[in-house]
Structures are given as C-alpha cells and as structure tokens.
Design a protein around this ligand. Structure first.
Ligand code: FAQ
Length: 306
C-alpha cells in the first residue's frame, strides 16, 4: 500500500528529507527526472567499462590484471543495480537500453575520451572515480529510496576503485623517468574532462534547481566541482604531478582553491556525440547487445516454461 497518496504529503516528505518509495504517489516530473538521471548513470557505468576494459589483456602483471578485472566487473554490477532502481519507476530495462542505443538518453561525457596509455588506468581510478565519489556520496541521501540505497553500495566500491588508481600511479611515480612522464601526460589529458563530469556551470544547468527542490540532487554542479578540486590538489602534490591549470591557487579568503574553467563548448560537443570516441563506444555497445540476443531469447524461453 502506498504511504504517500497526494501531492501535499509528497512535498512534506521531501521537505522533511524522508524517502519516497516506488508505490508512493509522485509528480510525473519527479518520476521523469529520476528516470533520466538514474538511466544516464546506469548507461555511464556500462559504457564506462570500455575505456579500461581495453587494458585488461595488456596489464603488466597478473596482479594488475586481477585488480582491473575486478574493477570492471564492479562497474557492470553498478549498472545493474541502477537499472533495477530505474525499473521501480515503471520503465523496463529493454526500454532503457533502446533509449541508449537510439541516442535518446545520454551517458557521461568522460567515457568518450581515449585511453592510449596504461597510466590512463590509474588516472581514471584517481580522477574519474574520485569525481564520481564526490558526486555520488551526496546521492546516498537522495530522496528516492531505491536510488539512494543503490548508491550506498556503489560508493563503497568506488572508493576501492579510487584507491587502486592512486596506488597504481604512486607505483609508476616511484619508477623510471619514462613512467613519471606517462603519468603526467595522462593527468594532463584527463584533468579538464574530469571537471566536466559534474555538468555545466550552475547558471547554465537547466535541471539543478528543480532537482534540488525535490531532493534528487543534494548539491549543485559547481559545489561538487569545487569539493573535487579541493580534495584532489593535495593528492596531486603527494603524487608529484602538476595539474594543468595556470589559474589554480589556494584562496585563503574563501578557504578553497580558485581554478580555471574547462572549455564548456567541448562538453557540449562531446555530449552531442562529437567527442573523440562517441562513435566507437556506441558501436561496441550495439554490437555487444546484438551478440547477446540469443541469451535474452533463451532466458525468456526458460522463464516461459516455468
Ligand atoms: N556528461 O541540468 P544539468 C562513473 C547533461 S559514473 C553527459 O546540470 P543534471 C563511475 C544532463 O544529463 C558517471 N551529459 O543536468 C565510473 C542534462 O541532460 P538533459 C556518471 C551531461 O542531471 C567511473 C544536461 O546535460 N555519473 O563515473 C553531463 O541536473 C570510472 C544539462 O545538465 C552520474 O551519472 C556530462 N558530464 O546534472 C564508471 C551521476 N553533465 O536534461 C567507470 C548521477 C550534464 O539534456 C569508470 N548524475 N549532462 O537530458 C548526476 O549527478 C547529474 O545527472 C549530473 C548532471 C551532475 C551528471
């Protein structure tokens, strides 16, 4: 039985920071926003397996292969929890997959960048998982119950991912000059795209105000971007790499780092399909979906017999 049956109770529940559950009454816009955000998040986890997955066969030792394999498998799991959370809103996994493959739904811009160097495995763990954690820890308190509960487990695993990336980079930084140069080159490529993961600046973000009022998002894009920079600069110093931003400096008045702005026109291009790897990522995902058709048919036939 639903506990919330009307708009007034819904608004009071959200205002009291309590949870909305699948059977509760909710405004159609709230449901649509959640489907959009959770689906984009799920698609990102699944497409996000590709850039690092390409390195599993080439990782330099059995230990590194095992770690990377475990991490990429976790990402598949994250995608599945999130698709399940999304299904509680009345949309099927097949519909969500169709929306990804037809380009109606997005996935995170960050996975449209190439990973030509093994150091990219470490940089993705450190910066991309680091940004993901900054963005996702507040989502553990999101107003929609199934999404918040999925995020708790995902954040625990992301924190292992971040540490394995940092440890890999630390090991390379203790190695040869060539390895140190590989790390710096990789950080130079991933720094600005990592800042773009938090979305457009608040003044250009059409969804933030509404999503905050509904308790779906708990912080704005700019607040989380700032938190990420403040967290990452000391880690870069400990690692011995330079972040490629001439405007980056500590501001004692704000008690935070000032930093430059990413090229926002690049984010728009990448999100609209013109990033360096969009076509490759979608072709790979489409092929994998088609190759899996027999498994879906067999599972449906088996379920039909029971
Ligand atoms: N890329 O109004 P806003 C991960 C879209 S998981 C692509 O600010 P919102 C784990 C946005 O959807 C990474 N699209 O939107 C991992 C909206 O689209 P619309 C994914 C972007 O939703 C690590 C439009 O632009 N994480 O990394 C991006 O309020 C390593 C306007 O933007 C999540 O999805 C972008 N960067 O805020 C896996 C977290 N930014 O309305 C493998 C959950 C914005 O046209 C390896 N999501 N857009 O359909 C969120 O927190 C929010 O959805 C934001 C965007 C913050 C991403």
């Amino acid at each position: 039985m639903p506990v919330i049956e009307d708009e007034a109770t819904f608004e009071a529940t959200v205002a009291g920071n309590d949870r909305i559950e699948p059977r509760d009454w909710m405004p159609e816009g709230y449901r649509r926003t959640l489907v959009r955000q959770i689906a984009q998040h799920a698609h990102s986890e699944i497409i996000g397996m590709q850039p690092e997955g390409a390195w599993i066969g080439r990782a330099p030792s059995l230990r590194r292969k095992a770690i990377l394999l475990a991490k990429v498998q976790d990402e598949a799991g994250h995608g599945l929890y999130l698709y399940s959370a999304c299904e509680t809103l009345g949309v099927t996994r097949a519909e969500l997959t169709d929306m990804l493959l037809s380009g109606k739904q997005k996935y995170s811009s960050i996975f449209n960048y190439p990973t030509p160097s093994y150091a990219d495995v470490g940089t993705i763990g450190w910066l991309v998982d680091g940004a993901a954690i900054c963005n996702q820890v507040p989502l553990c308190r999101t107003s929609y119950g199934p999404y918040g509960r999925a995020m708790i487990r995902i954040c625990k695993e992301e924190s292992f991912h971040q540490r394995q990336g940092y440890e890999l980079l630390m090991t390379m930084m203790r190695g040869t000059d060539e390895q140190r140069a590989m790390v710096q080159e990789s950080v130079d490529r991933f720094w600005w795209p990592s800042l773009m993961m938090f979305g457009p600046p608040d003044v250009e973000s059409p969804n933030t105000a509404r999503s905050m009022a509904w308790g779906i998002k708990r912080n704005t894009n700019d607040e989380l971007r700032q938190r990420f920079v403040d967290m990452t600069v000391p880690q870069a110093e400990a690692l011995g790499v330079t972040l490629p931003d001439p405007d980056l400096r500590w501001n004692p008045d704000r008690g935070a780092y000032d930093f430059g702005q990413p090229d926002w026109s690049e984010l728009k291009r990448v999100v609209s399909g013109e990033g360096p790897c969009n076509a490759e990522r979608m072709a790979h995902r489409t092929r994998a979906h088609e190759d899996g058709a027999w498994v879906r048919e067999a599972a449906a036939a088996y379920a039909g017999q029971r």
